[in-house]
Write a protein that binds this ligand. Sequence first.
Ligand SMILES: Cc1cc2nc3c(=O)[nH]c(=O)nc-3n(C[C@H](O)[C@H](O)[C@H](O)COP(=O)(O)OP(=O)(O)OC[C@H]3O[C@@H](n4cnc5c(N)ncnc54)[C@H](O)[C@@H]3O)c2cc1C
Length: 357
Amino acid sequence: MHDIIIIGGGAAGLSAAKEAYDPGLKILIIEREAQLGGILRQCIHNGFGIHKYNLELTGPEYAQKTHHLLEGLNIEVLMHSTVVDIIKDDHFELTIMNPTDGEFKLTAKAIIIASGCYEKTRSQILLPGDRPAGIMSAGNAQRYLNLDGYMVGKKVFILGSGDIGLIMARRMTLEGAEVLGVAELMPYSNGLTRNIAQCLDDFDIPLYLSHTITDIVGKDRLENIVISEVDHAFNSIPGTEKTFEVDTLLLSVGLVPDIQMFESLQFHTSPLPGRSSISIFKPRSMDALRAAMLYTFMTLLTGSVKKVKKPDDMQKCMLKMSSNPPPLNRWNPVKTSAMSCLNALIMKIKMRPFSFH
Ligand SMILES: Cc1cc2nc3c(=O)[nH]c(=O)nc-3n(C[C@H](O)[C@H](O)[C@H](O)COP(=O)(O)OP(=O)(O)OC[C@H]3O[C@@H](n4cnc5c(N)ncnc54)[C@H](O)[C@@H]3O)c2cc1C
């Protein structure tokens, strides 16, 4: 039996392993991809590591640097393996699948779930219109382009002005696509000011604030999209329609913690609506960090938090956080990264169980 199994070998999982490490503990990281690093592997832009390493790194460099922290530590890693189920009894029993061993089980006294996020899809935000090819999340486009070497379109529109959307506007432009605009439902962008300047302004890409997509047209491939201005209640305003001829629509409309598989464990999660977008958090205190930590779903199932003595305390700090949310337009991706939150909290680990509800 392992003392700790960490599910996910992204920045959070690697940091968790480092912080939880103790020569007396048997620790295993399980990662479904063939490489460690998680989403950072596809984030080839710079801007990572400024706070933690005092360096301006790309995502892969940051991931590698974090990975190097584990060198020499006796931490096992199981690659290309997906955790498909977890049962909790007096210990955790994980069902894992991989191409070599098929399905098998491992047990652990504690688990840390660091499985990251997925992006909201078209159906989750109820976009109207046809359903042609050429509509995908900005992160999927980023992966196709940066990891697999595929160009996903020539004439592009982006819905959502979060940082992933902004970064993809620049990336697609640099690769030769024409990015006709970015539409944002809110009257302000969720992205960093730096990204607005460097990814949109520098390339003359228009940002349509208080706009959303009101029609999508295309039989096989996307042909055009219609955006409209919205009022304060987010209803589209008739007469404000603008049509763009595009073959690709990238969605950057929020992240959802990738935790469905683990919900049978009945741990505490954020009471905020939908638990949908980690990007709205800017932790401002240890309480907030704990709340953000849970919210970004680095939910620590070690049952062993020193300062947060009871699950109740966690819920209180989440509620405190939700009743006093930080402004939406002040996301600092480094500070809000799951890893930073995880680091802050995991420093408080002491192996002492609390019960699950
Ligand atoms: C498309 C995209 C772009 C982003 N760009 C930025 C950015 O530019 N800057 C920024 O600060 N933040 C960005 N983020 C936020 C990003 O999620 C965090 O910054 C941070 O990298 C997340 O690290 P993580 O370890 O929590 O998750 P991830 O990096 O997603 O790692 C989770 C890992 O868990 C593995 N995994 C998941 N489920 C299982 C399972 N069942 N079994 C085994 N392994 C599993 C996955 O394969 C993955 O490697 C982006 C997020 C997304 C989705």
